[in-house]
Design a protein around this ligand. Sequence first.
Ligand SMILES: Cc1cc2nc3c(=O)[nH]c(=O)nc-3n(C[C@H](O)[C@H](O)[C@H](O)COP(=O)(O)O)c2cc1C
Ligand SMILES: O=C(O)C(=O)c1ccccc1
Length: 355
Amino acid sequence: MSALVDAQHARAREVLGSEALAYYESGAGAELTRREAEAAWSHYRLRPRVLTDVAAVDLSLDLLGTHLATPLLVAPTAYHRLAHPDGEVATARGAAAAGALLTLSARASQPLESVAQAAAGPWWFQVYATRDPAVHRGLAVRARDAGATALVLTGDTPFVGRKPLSDSLGIPGIEDMVAVNSGAHLRPDAATDAADQWPSATTDLVAELAALTGLPVLVKGVLRGDEAARCVDAGAAGIVVSTHGGRQLDRVVPSAVALPEVVAAVGDRVPVLVDGGLRSGLDVLTALALGARAVLLGRPVLWALAAGGAAGVRELLDTLTDDLAHVMALAGAPTLDAVTADLVTRIERPVERPV
Ligand SMILES: Cc1cc2nc3c(=O)[nH]c(=O)nc-3n(C[C@H](O)[C@H](O)[C@H](O)COP(=O)(O)O)c2cc1C
Ligand SMILES: O=C(O)C(=O)c1ccccc1
């Protein structure tokens, strides 16, 4: 874990209320998937090149028509006003200052148009299928009109996963945040709420959202090659390999294990992105070498936001980008195109307690 991520995490633990902290940290079930995510990246080892000109490392890339200065993206996470009073607006400012793309959650705690105004850089909008299709369609069109350049349809959340460590907590202030974009209301009969998750959604929604908005639609939460191919056949313009931070189905394969299979299945057709447990430049380098075109950061951004608002988010993204450039140079890869699969190998038995 990068020292800055550690420090921001420690600061977040100090400043966040215990309920908000538990909500951010928690995973589904026994939290096996949440706990396994980080270590899974360290089961790979690097195979560096020598005597390669790495004086200038270039981290820029084109992703679905958008030019980006760094392959680090902000993952969609709900309710940023639990972390900081300036909420998603601060996250958007911090991401833009670092040249990083923001993915705004469908469950954002501020109106998407306000966040769009603050977002001086590129941003995407994450969509949940809702029981009343007018809700997700309306959000997708509003996001397109406000400047989002792609939609990310989350495919792993027909129902919200049960999180024993946070489900029973009342989170102070959350009532003010839930309805902001969707018009949803916290009601005892939430199962019938128009803006609640719609468990009957299928891959048909991919083409429908693309036709409605004219935007590329990525599918997030894919952990199998054949499922990625099914999404791409249905019109997906990109795939996000993700376990949802271990918050949906517990005991799913770690993103680090699923990524090579998904890249093998669809990597020549669409960009494959990944998130889950990425905490350092080395983790990101490993993900890129395994075929990810870009990576997303979830909890580290929430910790950075809690620790330091927009400046904290900027510092996180700048520091990890700089970290990535450093380890790319030492691995002999001066561009993202040079970060290829031969740079990593998987080891079956990592030394358990290196001395
Ligand atoms: C508090 C929290 C809220 C989240 N909310 C959303 C969400 O609204 N939509 C979504 O697609 N994913 C959501 N996610 C999942 C993230 O997009 C991402 O997949 C995950 O956090 C990545 O793992 P990491 O936290 O280890 O970086 C959420 C994750 C957390 C921790
Ligand atoms: O907490 C989450 O992980 C998440 O994705 C979510 C789903 C519905 C409402 C709020 C957050």
